[in-house]
Design a protein around this ligand. Sequence first.
Ligand code: CO
Length: 144
Amino acid sequence: MIGKIDHVGIAVRSIDEAKRLYEAMGLHVEAIEEVPHEGVRVALIPCGESRIELLEPTSDDSPIARFLEKRGPGIHHLCLGSDDVRADDARLRAAGYQVLRPEPTRGAGGCWVQFVHPKSAGGVLLELSEGDPHHPGGGRGELT
Ligand code: CO
């Protein structure tokens, strides 16, 4: 079940440059993490009960690099927090929505994530995420 907006993902060319705006508003980068299999560096900026996620490519052929090439910096995805990504994934598939991965995979912070294709979601890349980013490796280990 979906509980809240977990974070908004923003594609940036440089985390170091992009974070300055948020720091000028009194927000702080909580963690910077590299997700090698996604070719991306991720900065998490807590904002109330949600977060802003800055995404910087670490390789030229990563999805974020391709996004920047095509559309420039900007909002990349919206993430909804789920208490059971596997169940939400199954429900969406059964309803005919197109998801990006054969099954939920590990994302930043050790969360379990799935994505709904923008073609299937009104032009928005939707991420579903399960797990507490404050406890890396959290979420339901039995999914492996
Ligand atoms: Co995300």
